[in-house]
Design a protein around this ligand. Structure first.
Ligand SMILES: Nc1ncnc2c1ncn2[C@@H]1O[C@H](COP(=O)(O)OP(=O)(O)OP(=O)(O)O)[C@@H](O)[C@H]1O
Ligand SMILES: [Mg+2]
Length: 588
């Protein structure tokens, strides 16, 4: 228990709390400055600049925490590890952040510091904020930071106004035409999608968020059409080419909008004072997305993690279900478990790996970390790294707990009625592709297998080689997209050496069950992929028809060349059918 806060000298308490407050405030200013810069870069078509900013923003938070921690250490001296002092600072800080539009982020910032100061202790309500003290209101039509267009129909004039109001400082190449085409797409979307496809395209209002969402080469206006209780997302995707801006696509469904906000993509840049308001709006159009995922999609990684922690603890408390081993093939590096009713998996690094995995725990962690620093192009699942998670012991099946203690005893321990997990990756659960292909009707299996090939090509174009190219290391999302989740052999494509299989010269070589030639760590023989496929019959035929270039060394060399030339390839998060002018060349 934390001793009473009265023990802490009042001057010190205030000074410490102030330091944290102003450090947080400065952090928010810097963050917003980056997002504003991203808008300018979009307007100038500075794609490499956007990429640099995206990576820079990822380091902003840890750098700020580090500096604040150093300052506090000087200020507080030995008091820095005094829990009583922290409890008192929490009280003073709470008063300071009340009334801020981003108080929830401010609280998370405080928590990140207590985690840094007391890394080995679980969450303590005396010094940590629990997310959810102020749950998000949810009416289904949250308006914060949105413009309301009170129109009965979405026609070209309204769309034109929406595009002008967005205030991008670059000219549209043909605003009239874009407005007309977009209006037609929206009108059709409303007819088909709003309240179960009624005949009318009449609405009560069109609402559009003021902040523009930027990611890579795209700018997105996020809105919704409303009629009574019914709500339909309306997204306008805007690109900027040499001849000016144009509306590339309209997304008028929840599924497509959800894909835009996928956990397998980089975050958006938006300049906003109150993310909470925007999250409320997003929830009204994406009711199936978790609040944690929405924060994450806006780049508030740490607050997303706070929310995820709360969701997880609430979920555990609200059910009596047992943790069990995740369905699928056991990993050689990871032990993976899940709660059947909860759409996440928990991945714990094993104490030891077999000789086929010649690397260390630190290298595995390094590879996982690298995933969060690259564009995941809709093909690599994001994850959260947690330390010192505590679960009730009673909620583990005996079989799973025995197994965890046996293979990951360095990470998983039992402390009375608690199971303490020292380090774990929490990742969205998908259906492992090997199970999907085995269990689903042929048509679904076929489209997953074809998308698997496309996922390898997308990753290659983004300079990513997933390493272990086997069905079991990929999964299928609820939207039927294939993504990768096993990162222990992931590396840059340009680091790999793609080689033709050497031809056997002697009978001995021919019959050898192990390779008779030496294989370097980064040597890849694309022809071997054919053997590894693990597909039969119709599925194999379909895969070979679309993707046999994957077995060819030339394909991989070409991809390496493109990456070496520094081309920034963007992966547009929508299908051709949603484009206003299918086939139009996008900005290079
Ligand atoms: N995000 C996920 N969703 C669903 N199942 C998953 C997920 N991540 C892992 N799994 C399951 O856990 C198994 C092991 O996970 P993973 O492949 O990440 O571990 P690994 O030890 O690195 O595997 P390998 O032995 O192939 O290197 C997978 O084969 C799959 O069945
Ligand atoms: Mg695996």
């Amino acid at each position: 228990m934390t001793p009473p806060s009265a023990a802490a000298p009042p001057g010190l308490v205030e000074r410490g709390a102030d330091t944290i407050y102003w450090a947080f405030d400065e952090h928010q200013h810097r963050l917003r400055a980056i997002t504003r810069r991203v808008q300018q870069r979009f307007e100038r078509r500075d794609w490499t600049g956007i990429r640099r900013d995206t990576v820079e923003r990822l380091t902003l938070y840890p750098r700020s925490l580090h500096q604040t921690f150093e300052t506090l250490r000087d200020q507080l001296g030995a008091g820095i590890s005094d829990r009583g002092l922290w409890a008192a600072m929490k009280g003073a800080y709470a008063m300071a952040v009340t009334g801020r539009n981003d108080f929830e982020l401010a609280e998370t910032y405080f928590n990140s510091l207590t985690r840094k100061v007391f890394p080995h202790l679980g969450v303590d309500p005396a010094i940590d904020y629990g997310a959810g003290d102020f749950p998000l209101p949810y009416k289904g039509w949250e308006m914060a930071d949105a413009r309301m267009y009170a129109v009965r129909h979405v026609d070209a004039a309204v769309v034109r106004k929406v595009l002008e109001d967005a205030g991008l400082r670059a000219p549209f190449r043909d605003l009239e035409r874009d407005a007309r085409l977009a209006a037609a797409h929206i009108e059709r979307g409303i007819r088909e999608g709003l309240a179960g496809g009624s005949e009318t395209a009449e609405i009560e209002a069109l609402d559009v968020l003021r902040p523009i969402f930027f990611r890579n080469k795209g700018a997105y206006l996020i809105g919704r059409a409303r009629r009574g209780e019914a709500v339909l997302p309306i997204v306008l995707a805007i690109l900027n080419g040499e001849a000016g801006l144009w509306v590339d696509a309209v997304l008028p469904t929840e599924d497509e909008t959800s894909l835009l906000f996928s956990f397998a993509r980089w975050y958006f840049h938006i300049d906003v004072e109150s993310p909470r308001g925007v999250i409320g709006f997003l929830r009204s159009i994406l009711p199936r997305k978790r609040v944690s995922e929405l924060y994450l999609s806006l780049g508030y990684k740490h607050h997303g993690k706070t929310e995820l922690y709360r969701e997880l603890m609430d979920h555990i408390a609200g059910s009596a279900e047992l943790f069990v081993t995740a369905p699928g093939q056991r990993g050689l590096v990871m032990e993976v478990f899940t709660l059947p009713s909860y759409e996440f998996v928990f991945k714990v690094i094993k104490d030891a790996f077999p000789s086929s995995k010649p690397f260390t725990r630190e290298q595995v962690m390094e590879r996982y970390r690298s995933v969060l620093l690259v564009d995941r192009v809709g093909r690599l699942a994001g994850f959260h790294e947690f330390e010192h998670l505590t679960f009730p012991r009673a909620r583990f099946s005996a079989e799973l707990l025995d197994r965890l203690l046996e293979v990951a005893g360095r990470t998983v321990t039992v402390d009375g009625d608690k199971v303490v997990v020292r380090h774990v990756y929490v990742e969205r659960r998908v259906t492992p592709l090997d199970l999907y292909v085995r269990d689903r009707p042929l048509q679904e299996a076929r489209s997953a297998v074809l998308d698997w090939g496309r996922s390898l090509k997308d990753m290659a174009a983004a300079d990513i080689f997933p390493g272990d190219v086997l069905l079991k290391n990929f999964g299928v999302t609820r939207h039927g997209r294939v993504i990768s989740y096993d990162y222990d052999e992931l590396r840059a494509l340009t680091e790999c050496r793609f080689l033709p299989l050497p031809e056997a010269r002697t009978e001995e070589q021919e019959m050898a069950s192990e390779p008779w030639y030496t294989v370097g760590e980064n040597d890849i023989f694309p022809e071997e992929l054919r053997t590894f496929l693990g597909l039969e019959g119709e599925l194999r035929t379909a895969f070979l028809r679309e993707h046999s270039d994957l077995f060819d060394v030339a394909f991989w060399h070409r991809m390496q060349e493109r990456n070496r030339l520094g081309e920034i390839i963007d992966f547009f998060p929508y299908g051709e059918a949603r484009r206003l002018r299918p086939g139009w060349r996008r900005p290079a």
